[in-house]
Design a binder for this molecule. Structure first.
Ligand code: CP
Ligand code: NVA
Length: 329
């Protein structure tokens, strides 16, 4: 079956069918193999790509940059304060200007509406590199990594524990529903995902035979899991929430006891990164001084263990983002 995703934006997985997501994963695998073999085809020769970042980034920025250069495109980084976006010039006007010069635009920032406005006005594909609501390119990397380690996606028991209403939980919920996973979120009730997104996922699940479980109960969520996923307890932009999140989320820390509860000795551990698993960061040390915690969402023991596939996952950001650009340009 021919796939034509040319000209499409990538704002959330909601806009893509299961087949289209499957196609992007297959393309990413192929591009990864070509890179490993040293035979890249320069599929984006002559293209100019704008990379807008309102929030910091290591993986997403580097993945877009390296993917562009691997494929012969020119990436232009536009950081916070570099352009007028929303300050002296509306998002719509900025989009119209960038669309006259660039062939594609990546946006990372706060409001999801900003990436929607860019896409509505740019006239070229816009890719969501993370908003407060969704982080769809991350899910492609997560799913490629699960396929590599577990061997399939359909029916895979994936347990996400922690902040159940952030961009990662939302995107995993949509992606898992689309791809037929057995997806569980374990979170305190006050951090359950938006009911609108849950209802959407449950509806999609009827067609894909996915299972969706949202629970406060960690044991129920991780039972028989093939993969355990967590994310930071405090996302970018909500740094005033450490105290309340620590209180709420300590029972949801991924540790060896939790991995044991899966009764699956080959369970894998995923995290979009960056992760707070030791005191080797300034924020980690600040939290230790204030609250006495040496590790937060995941223990260093799990992070460093044979279960952890987080660096394969980080690498896969690049191959999957490359697939999104190659497919849509
Ligand atoms: N996972 C992820 O998006 O990482 P960065 O914030 O470093 O881009
Ligand atoms: N939920 C995290 C994801 C980082 C990749 C954040 O938004 O900060």
């Amino acid at each position: 079956m021919a796939f034509n995703l040319k000209g499409r934006s990538f704002l959330t997985l909601r806009d893509f069918t299961s087949k289209e997501i499957g196609y992007l994963l297959d393309l990413a695998k192929e591009l990864k193999e070509l890179k490993y073999a040293g035979i890249q085809k320069k599929m984006l020769e002559g293209k100019n790509i704008a990379l807008i970042f309102e929030k910091p980034s290591t993986r997403t920025r580097c993945a877009f940059t390296v993917a562009c250069i691997d494929e012969g495109a020119h990436p232009e980084y536009l950081g916070k304060g570099d352009i007028q976006l929303g300050k002296k010039e509306s998002t719509a006007d900025t989009a119209k200007v960038l669309g006259r010069m660039f062939d594609g635009i990546e946006f990372r920032g706060f409001k999801h509406e900003t990436v929607e406005q860019l896409a509505a006005n740019a006239g070229v594909p816009v890719w969501n590199g993370l908003t407060d609501k969704y982080h769809p390119t991350q899910i492609l990397a997560d799913f490629l990594t699960i396929k590599e380690h577990v061997g399939r996606l359909k029916g895979v028991k994936l347990a996400y524990v922690g902040d159940g209403r952030n961009n990662m939980a939302n995107s995993l919920l949509v992606g898992s529903a689309k791809m037929g996973l057995d997806f569980r979120i374990a979170a305190p009730k006050s951090l359950f995902p938006d009911p609108e997104i849950v209802a959407y996922a449950e509806n999609v699940a009827k067609e894909t035979n996915a299972h969706i479980l949202i629970t406060e109960n960690v044991d129920e969520a991780v039972k028989g899991a093939d993969a355990i996923y967590t994310d930071v307890w405090v996302s970018m932009g909500e740094e005033d929430k450490f105290e309340e999140r620590i209180k709420l989320l300590q029972p949801y820390q991924v540790n060896m006891d939790m991995l044991d509860k899966t009764e699956n000795e080959d369970v894998i551990f995923l995290h979009c990164l960056p992760a707070f698993h030791d005191l080797d960061t300034s924020v980690g040390r600040e939290i230790f001084e204030k609250y006495g915690l040496k590790e937060m969402e995941v223990t260093d023991e799990v992070f460093q263990s044979r279960h952890s596939v987080v660096f394969d996952e980080a690498e896969n950001r690049m191959h999957t983002i490359k697939a999104v650009m190659v497919a849509t340009l």
